[in-house]
Design a protein around this ligand. Structure first.
Ligand code: ADP
Ligand code: MG
Length: 257
């Protein structure tokens, strides 16, 4: 009898440890991503966020543990850093044809879909930051992914640029019906647009809905001290106060409101 399929998960990771050149980047990480949900990873620099995403796309092999990607799951990936040297001429059109050739109609329509129409003949090196990120996004959605992975995709964009980029991503999620896994430092995005947040620091510090993560002491230990002010700020205004020693008190009047 065929097994009844009730499992909606695209990615399942269990007890995964990743060592890079002898350096332990991730320890005992378990997580999963289901169809259509938005999961955001937060964590300080060097906490293993990119490493986690790169193991999911298959660029890094885990040292131990299990990474299971559903067979039919197509992944679109926008990496954190992609530098295109100004001395290397490559047009947007050619870039979008790597690694798989696309016809002009597809290229025109995908650029329109990401809100940067008619730039196919421009040089990649001459694009604005926002246009460049949209081209990376266009390339990631060319194969109509089930899971779109974005690694600090708004890095280098101003606030307006980032907000407009995330509106586009939310819009794509509804039209493509894909799940989204992203690394973001913009707390308003984490709080308003994510179904779940995973707080990482070499291991999973805490995870859950944005509100649960935001009230977790481990999250505050990482972000509450002011060095990552933007991340702390949102909750600071809404449900806790900071003490002089860097700890936080929750203010019930806001939580109950
Ligand atoms: P994040 O994206 O959270 O800033 P990364 O996943 O890029 O962090 O890196 C996690 C840790 O692994 C860092 O300490 C980083 O220096 C280290 N690391 C990343 N890539 C390599 C590599 N190829 N070899 C050795 N160490 C690495
Ligand atoms: Mg990173």
């Amino acid at each position: 009898m065929p097994e009844k399929r009730t499992d909606m998960s695209l990615v399942k990771i269990k007890n995964m440890t990743v060592k890079l050149e002898g350096h332990v980047a991730l320890t005992n990480v378990s997580m999963q991503i289901s169809q259509g949900e938005i999961v955001t990873i937060v964590g300080p620099n060097g906490s293993g966020k990119s490493t986690l995403l790169r193991t999911i796309v298959g660029a890094i092999q885990p040292t131990s543990g299990i990474v299971n990607i559903t067979d039919s799951c197509k992944i679109g990936y926008v990496p954190q850093k992609l530098h295109i040297d100004a001395t290397l001429p490559i047009t947007v059109k050619r870039f979008l044809c790597l690694p798989k050739a696309q016809n002009s109609k597809n290229i025109k329509s995908i650029l329109k879909r990401v809100g940067s129409p008619d730039i196919e003949n421009r040089q990649m090196a001459n694009l604005s930051g926002g246009q460049f990120q949209r081209v990376l996004l266009a390339r990631a959605i060319l194969n109509e992914p089930d899971l779109l992975i974005l690694d600090e995709a708004t890095q280098g964009l101003d606030q307006m640029g980032a907000a407009s980029f995330y509106r586009l991503v939310e819009n794509l999620r509804s039209t493509l019906g894909c799940a989204i896994l992203m690394v973001s430092h913009e707390l308003h995005v984490v709080m308003s647009a994510s179904d779940r947040v995973i707080c990482l620091n070499g291991h999973v510090c805490c995870h859950g809905t944005p509100d649960i993560v935001a009230s977790d002491p481990e999250y505050h230990a990482l972000f509450g001290s002011g060095t990552q002010g933007a991340l702390a700020l949102y909750r600071h205004e809404h449900n806790h106060t900071h003490n002089h020693d860097g700890t936080c008190d929750h203010d019930r009047q806001y939580e109950d409101a």
